[in-house]
Design a protein around this ligand. Sequence first.
Ligand SMILES: Cc1cc2nc3c(=O)[nH]c(=O)nc-3n(C[C@H](O)[C@H](O)[C@H](O)COP(=O)(O)OP(=O)(O)OC[C@H]3O[C@@H](n4cnc5c(N)ncnc54)[C@H](O)[C@@H]3O)c2cc1C
Length: 399
Amino acid sequence: MIDFSLTEEQIELRNKARKFAQEKMLPYAHYYDKTGEFPWPIVKNAWSEGLMNLGIPEEYGGPGLGITEACIVVEEMAAGCAGMTTSIYANSLGPEPIIIAGTDKQKEKYLKPLTEEVKLAAFACSEPGMGSDVAGIQTRAEKKGNHYILNGSKFWITNAPQADYYTVFASLDPSKRHQALCAFIVDADTPGVRTGKPVQKMGHRASATSAIMFRDAKVPEENLLGSEGMGFLIAMQTFAQTRPAIAAFATGLARATMEYARDYAKKREAFTKKLREFEGIQFKLAEMYMKIEASRLLYLKAAWAADTSGDSTVPASVAKAYATDAAMWCASEAVQIHGGYGYIDQYPLEKLFRDAKLYQIYEGTSEIQRLILARHVLDGYDPAMEEIPTWARMDPPEF
Ligand SMILES: Cc1cc2nc3c(=O)[nH]c(=O)nc-3n(C[C@H](O)[C@H](O)[C@H](O)COP(=O)(O)OP(=O)(O)OC[C@H]3O[C@@H](n4cnc5c(N)ncnc54)[C@H](O)[C@@H]3O)c2cc1C
C-alpha cells in the first residue's frame, strides 16, 4: 500500500509554519515588497520559532530534519511571502555543501554557529558571465602554500550582503571545466572579499541579491570542501537536495494565487452574476487545483527520494520544472480572474505574479531541468519494453 498521509509530527510542523506565515509574514509582505528592506525581524522570528536551518544535523545543534520537512515548511512560508522565504531558505542552500562534503571540524565551525544565534550563509556559484553552465566558472583559485588565493566575481548571490560566510565555487583552471572546480567556505570578513549593493529586482524584493568580488582573497586550505576537483559534484549534489524545496516554494505560491482567485470569484459580479458562476472561471480554478495537487505530489516524491536513496536528481528536476511552470501559470490566471484589480498593487496578485517568475530561473532554469530530464530519458532511463517490437506485422505470434 502507498501512504500519502503526513505523520503527526509533520502535520504539527506544517501547522506551525502555516500560522507563522499567516501571522508573522503575510501582514508585512506588501511593506517589504515596496521598500526592498531586508526583513530582519521576520528572519529573526523564524529563527526563534525553529523554522530555519532545519537540515542541520542534531550533533551540530540543529533539528536534523529531512528535505520532506523543509519542503512542508517552505510551501507554507512561500504562500505568505516568497521573498522572505527566499531569505530564510538561503540558510539551507548556503550550508548544504558543508553538510554534504564538510569534515567534522568544518561542520562544528560553520554549522553550529547558525543554530546558536541568527547568522546567515550564502551559496556563491553563479557569476556575471555564467549561471546555467556551472562547469564554466571563471573565478580562479590558486594554491599558494597552505592557502588558496581567490580572484573573480560572483553574481546574484542571495543574502550576500548579510551573510557571515559563503560557500564559493572556484576553478583551479577554467580550461579544465568540471575537473578543476573546487568548493570553499569563505568568511565574509576575509580581506579581499567585498559585496556589491543589492540589485533592484522584479520580485522577491524581501530578499537581498548582490555580487561578491574576490581580489587576492586568502582562504585557508582547511576551508576546502572535499578535495580539489570535487566542486562540480558538490554543486550538483547540493541542487539535488535543494530543488525539491524550490518546487515546494512554487506550490505554496500557486496555492495562494488560487485562494485569492477563489475568494474574488465568489465576491465579484459581472453580467449580474458572481464570477464563480461562469464555467470559464470555474475551469481556471479547477486547472489551478490540479496543478497544485500534482506539484505537491511531485515535490514530496522528490523529497522522499532525497531523504531515502540520497539520489533525487531526476525527481527533483521533474518537480522543479513542473511546479515552477505551474506556479507561473496559476499566477497569470489568477491575475486574469482579478481583471484590472489583478494588475494593481492594492491587490496581492501583481506581486505574486512577479515573485513566481524567479522560480523558473534560480537553482537551475526550467530549460536546464529539461536538459537533465532529456539526458535521463535518452541515456539513463530503464525502458519497460526489453526490446522495441516490430510493429507492422502481418504474421503476429500465436496466442
Ligand atoms: C534573484 C536571484 C537570486 C539568485 N540567487 C543565487 C544564489 O544565491 N546563488 C547562486 O549561485 N546563484 C543565484 N542566482 C543565479 C541563478 O541561479 C542564475 O540566474 C540561473 O542559474 C541562470 O543563469 P543565468 O542567469 O546566467 O542564465 P544563462 O545561463 O545565461 O541562461 C540564459 C537563458 O538561456 C537558457 N539556456 C542556457 N543554457 C541552455 C541550454 N543548454 N539549452 C537551452 N537553454 C539554455 C537558460 O535556461 C536561460 O533561459 C540567483 C538569480 C536570481 C535572479
